[in-house]
Design a protein around this ligand. Structure first.
Ligand code: IFG
Length: 521
């Protein structure tokens, strides 16, 4: 067998000069205590690592059993360990102990203290939401292989030290557009799992629009039967709707991950699907043609007809009855087919109906024009850095959730080459999604009026879960850090994001490998 000259040359090299291996497969660098997204408030590395072994137990009081179960189900698949949950760990047993109790008012309901010692990891919080947040951090302190779905035979170490952590903003949301394309309950649950890892605590579901109606309403059955029929998505793809049982199951699934569901029925515009199902909701009583295109601004409820307000009242009553969360979103955007006077009339009559059913009204910032919106939350989706109408409403008590379309809309393309998504608000690469401050974005809205952030994902161009994941990750992680962290450092975030890539790979998440990031392997 001829030995190629090149091979001989390599052999001739002095032994000290090992040939530069083109793709040296190096073990991933050990996880550091600060390598967490969102960035924790305080990180104090030090002391010996904790090693998770087959003898490790999880200790938790009955009151924290749900969180202990979430932790166990997160760690058992990749380790193959039993990780029994016990009330008290036997002496000398390596233990991950969860407990609630007063840990300091500044930690609030979602903060936590995490202490990592040689033979004990202690997680303490004022309540279970804080313990759950701490569990998400702990998952990121184990090697990336911890997210594998089958056992990996390796060392499972957690870096020693202490973390003290709590959120900057109370509202850290994501949104799925169920109307343009219906995402199944299982897809919504997968998204809930994925966003809960970044301490997101609200999921806004856009449940009705011109193309489709996606939630069962008993008093108006044709809404879902007609508006949720097959073929009612954009381009005739993605019909379907959530039954009340499915919606309630999603509310529970979300609550188990300390996420609150926010349902949205967009009104008075974006109502073509409702009017196809019930022509009496139009002013002339004639059913409009069903629409599967992506135009907006052409539909309006009939502001002068009383049936409109019976419709809204019935829908809000049934939605409120199955929504334990505090908010019901009534849309309000792009009402170009509603006259300004009619818009104000509509909001004046409808905003109080939300309060009638014990909920706080929430709408796109367009509702700020209505004086009745003073007790509501306005979701800012504009491109500007000031908004006088919204600022005036804020002075009357309106609070704001920031979703600027040019910074936080996950349906916008990353760049011109992105195969799916829209681009009307501009391209949003990862750094664009990260490099802004929700507290100071609007020069005429003070930070104290800002409840938090939300990353909407509109579904005109989505067809499957892989599309959701491609557009949502990694930018959702950036928005989640803006909502949670008190620090803001692109170089740090960029580095932590690169280290997070292998975790998405282990989870099978179809994330976008932005060229702005050095992705670890
Ligand atoms: N604007 C519309 C959405 C959706 C979006 C897509 C809002 C509040 C463009 N309204 O965003 O229905 O079509 O990026």
């Amino acid at each position: 067998m001829r030995v190629p000259l090149a091979a001989l040359l390599v052999l001739a090299l002095p032994l000290t000069a090992a040939p530069a291996a083109a793709s040296a497969v190096t073990a991933p660098p050990p996880v550091t205590l600060g390598s967490v997204i969102p960035a924790p408030v305080e990180v104090h590395p030090g002391g010996p690592d904790f090693r998770l072994t087959s003898g490790t137990v999880i200790a938790a009081p009955a009151s924290a059993l749900d969180v202990a179960r979430r932790l166990a189900e997160a760690l058992r698949p990749a380790t193959g360990y039993a990780l029994p949950i016990v009330a008290h760990a036997p002496g000398g047993t390596p233990v991950i102990s969860l407990a609630t109790g007063p840990v300091g008012a500044r930690l609030g309901t979602e903060g936590y203290r995490l202490g990592v010692r040689r033979s004990e990891i202690s997680l303490r919080a004022n309540g279970n939401a804080g313990l759950f947040a701490g569990v998400q951090t702990l998952r990121q302190l184990l090697p990336a292989a911890i997210d594998a779905s089958t056992p990996r035979h390796q060392r499972w170490t957690v870096p020693g030290g202490d973390i003290v952590d709590y959120p900057r903003f109370a509202y850290r949301g994501a949104m799925l557009d169920e109307a343009r394309h219906f995402h199944s309950p299982d897809e919504i649950k997968r998204y809930l799992d994925e966003i809960s890892r970044f301490k997101v605590n609200y999921l806004h579901l856009h449940l009705a629009d011109d193309q489709g109606w996606r939630i069962q309403i008993d008093s108006w059955p044709r809404l879902a039967q007609v508006g949720g029929a097959p073929g009612t998505g954009v381009d005739g793809v993605g019909g379907g709707y959530l039954t009340k049982a499915q919606y309630r199951d999603l509310v529970r699934y979300a609550a188990d991950r300390y996420i609150t569901i926010v349902p949205e029925i967009d009104m008075p515009g974006h109502v073509n699907a409702a009017q196809v199902a019930y022509p009496e909701l139009t002013c002339d009583g004639v059913a409009p043609p069903p629409r599967t295109d992506t135009d907006v601004g052409y539909s309006s409820l009939c502001i002068g007809k009383e049936i409109t307000y019976r419709f809204v009242d019935d829908v809000l009553r049934e939605l409120a009855a199955m929504t334990p969360g505090p908010y019901i979103h009534i849309g309000g955007d792009e009402a170009q087919a509603t006259s300004p006077a009619d818009y104000l009339t509509f909001e004046r009559r409808v905003l109080p109906l939300v309060a009638k059913y014990g909920k706080t009204a929430y709408g796109w910032h367009d509702i700020a024009a209505a004086p009745a919106a003073s007790a509501a939350i306005a979701q800012y989706w504009g491109l500007d850095t000031s908004n006088a109408t919204l600022a005036a409403a804020v002075r009357r008590g309106t609070r704001v959730v920031m979703s600027p379309a040019n910074l936080a809309y996950l349906d916008q393309k990353y760049n011109p080459e992105t195969p799916i998504g829209l681009d009307w608000a501009g391209y949003i690469e990862v750094q664009t999604a990260y490099d802004w401050d929700p507290g100071t974005l609007l020069s005429d809205v003070p930070a104290k009026a800002v409840l938090g952030v939300e990353a909407p994902l509109w579904s005109e161009t989505l067809r499957k879960m892989a599309d959701i994941e491609f557009l949502a990750f990694p930018r959702l992680a950036a928005i989640a850090e803006l909502g949670w962290s008190s620090s803001h450092d692109w170089a740090s975030f960029r580095s932590r994001l690169g280290a997070y890539g292998p975790r998405w790979a282990e989870q099978g998440v179809n994330f976008y490998r932005s060229t702005q990031i050095d992705w670890a392997r």
